[in-house]
Design a protein around this ligand. Structure first.
Ligand code: SF4
Ligand code: SF4
Length: 348
């Protein structure tokens, strides 16, 4: 039955499918300590009922096996021609929808064979990354991201918890070796030590999950990133082997390729909803998105962006207004520095 399921997974567009026995997640203790240190920041769902999250048998009565599925989302180089980086995983259609839809035929087959199942993509009460390692799908790198020898880091994980019993696959070996590239490249030092990520410092967390003002100390390091950050993934040597995905729904739509930061900064609520209709970006809403765009303008903008930023600095939403004022200040300081650099040699 394993080969039948694997063949179906391939037909459903998955790039790997592995099996793990249900049991305590091997890194449960580290996870509890991580929560206790508050490193999950405002992602409160990660701290909800941690004992259950670390033991899938508490999630589904009589659960015996976890099927762990991977779908490649690597689409090659960034096709955006303008400043304003978006993390690769968010270029196309929301992966939750795609993954759950593509997992449905596998769940149906397991049901036919007498199993009861629960399917999760990212948001369920399961430590997916830990079980992906137990199942041999991937190892958790020093960046805390999952790595697969064939897919690199560019894949989504889906988990089907079932009451059916399958022979478990062998666990994955950690192949990070002496490499520390992800730690060295992180602009905000969010990977505080190998395998430890402090979400409060991570640009992905700050631009996506964090609801309030972005702490000043991280704003310059954000550069022109407007949704997520791929730096620790881009440098990973295992991504040299990454192949392009077969899934066309993960590609960046044409309408997003050439939009400038200035155009993104003035999106109305309706424009925002229409532009990001099927995208995971819609989840953060226009206000947080414009907050991020203001920071990118502060870091990469010019005097030509000042008029728009002055307008946004009077926005009725204090989050937008404060970030726009910060951006104005940054551009002004940059211009002043350029002028004084030009003047200085003549004065000498
Ligand atoms: S996503 Fe960016 S900020 Fe977060 S750990 Fe990776 S490199 Fe650092
Ligand atoms: S960059 Fe190096 S240390 Fe970091 S996850 Fe990749 S292989 Fe591991």
């Amino acid at each position: 039955m394993k080969s039948e399921i694997r063949a179906l997974a391939t037909n459903c567009g998955f790039d790997d499918c592995r099996f793990a026995r249900v049991g305590q997640a091997p890194h449960s203790l580290e996870y509890f300590f991580w929560l206790r240190a508050g490193s999950h920041a405002s992602m409160t769902w990660l701290g909800r009922d941690p004992a259950r999250r670390a033991d899938p048998s508490r999630v589904l009565l009589n659960a015996k096996t976890l099927l762990v599925l991977a779908k490649n989302y690597f689409q090659g180089p960034n096709p955006r021609s303008q400043a304003g980086k978006i993390a690769r995983y968010a270029w196309g259609t929301d992966y939750h929808e795609i993954m759950l839809k593509d997992m449905a035929p596998i769940e149906a087959l397991l049901r036919e064979k007498g199993g009861r199942q629960k399917c999760y993509v990212d948001t369920g009460p399961i430590l997916e990354r830990d079980f992906a390692a137990v199942a041999g799908l991937s190892w958790q790198g020093k960046s805390t991201m999952c790595l697969n020898e064939r897919l690199g880091t560019w894949f989504f994980i889906g988990v089907i918890l079932t009451t059916l019993e399958f022979e478990a696959d062998l666990p994955a070996k950690n192949r990070c070796g002496k490499c520390t590239r992800c730690i060295d490249v992180c602009p905000t030092r969010a990977i505080t030590q190998p395998y430890q990520l402090d979400a409060r410092r991570c640009i992905s967390y700050l631009t996506i999950e964090h609801k309030g003002p972005i702490p000043i100390e991280f704003r310059s390091a954000m550069g022109d990133r407007i949704y997520g950050c791929d730096d620790c993934l881009d440098v990973c040597p295992w991504n040299r082997f990454a192949e392009l995905t077969r899934e066309t729904r993960f590609t960046l739509p044409d309408r997003l390729k050439a939009l400038t930061l200035r155009q993104l900064a003035v999106l109305s609520d309706n424009d925002f909803r229409a532009l990001f209709r099927n995208s995971p970006i819609k989840r953060i809403g226009r206000v947080r998105f414009v907050r991020n765009v203001c920071i990118a303008l502060g870091n990469a903008g010019t005097t030509e962006d000042m008029a728009i930023l002055h307008g946004l600095a009077k926005d009725h939403d204090p989050l937008i207004a404060e970030h726009a004022s910060w951006a104005v200040e940054q551009i002004r300081n940059r211009c002043d520095r350029q002028v004084s650099n030009r003047v200085a040699p003549a004065e000498m």
